[in-house]
Design a protein around this ligand. Structure first.
Ligand code: TYD
Length: 132
């Protein structure tokens, strides 16, 4: 699997305004059990710094922009999220870090499971050990 996979949602805007739509199982490759959004960020403070054992997520920057570092333990790639209809797939066992938030950034994340702290790997050395 490619380290960077984008999910593009249909844009159905017209003269009245913009509209982006996504359906679970059709555009989003899982049943959405949870969503959260990050906004009013401290622009200087990066976040994330973890991987998940099983959780699958898709992150959309629905306003502003931020960067996401993706790391599978062997390869790293940094991408810019700045398109409302283009989401980044975050599969399990990918170490990810968000940074360079614009002041107005709103990052919407769709998740395949309810919140479970036991699914987090928050130590990079442990991540690499599990990965190998
Ligand atoms: P945290 O994992 O530190 O956020 P980030 O990945 O952006 O660095 O989450 C911040 C706090 O919110 C932490 O105490 C866990 C809690 N939290 C939930 O309770 N439910 C959730 O769905 C998420 C994403 C976080």
């Amino acid at each position: 699997m490619n380290l960077i996979e984008w999910i593009e949602l249909p844009s159905l805007g017209d003269q009245r305004g913009s509209l982006v739509v996504g359906e679970a199982g059709k555009h989003i490759p899982f049943d959405i059990k949870r969503f959260y959004y990050i906004f009013d960020v401290d622009m200087q403070v990066p976040r994330g710094f973890h991987a998940h054992k099983e959780l699958v997520q898709v992150a959309f920057c629905i306003q502003g922009s931020c960067k996401m570092l993706m790391d599978n333990g062997k390869e790293k790639s940094e991408v810019l999220l700045n398109q409302v209809n283009k989401g980044l797939l975050i599969p399990p066992m990918i170490w990810h870090e968000m940074h360079d938030f614009s002041k107005d950034c709103i990052l919407l994340v769709l998740a395949s499971q309810h919140y479970d702290e036991n699914d987090y790997i928050r130590n990079y050395t442990k991540f690499q050990a599990i990965r190998d």
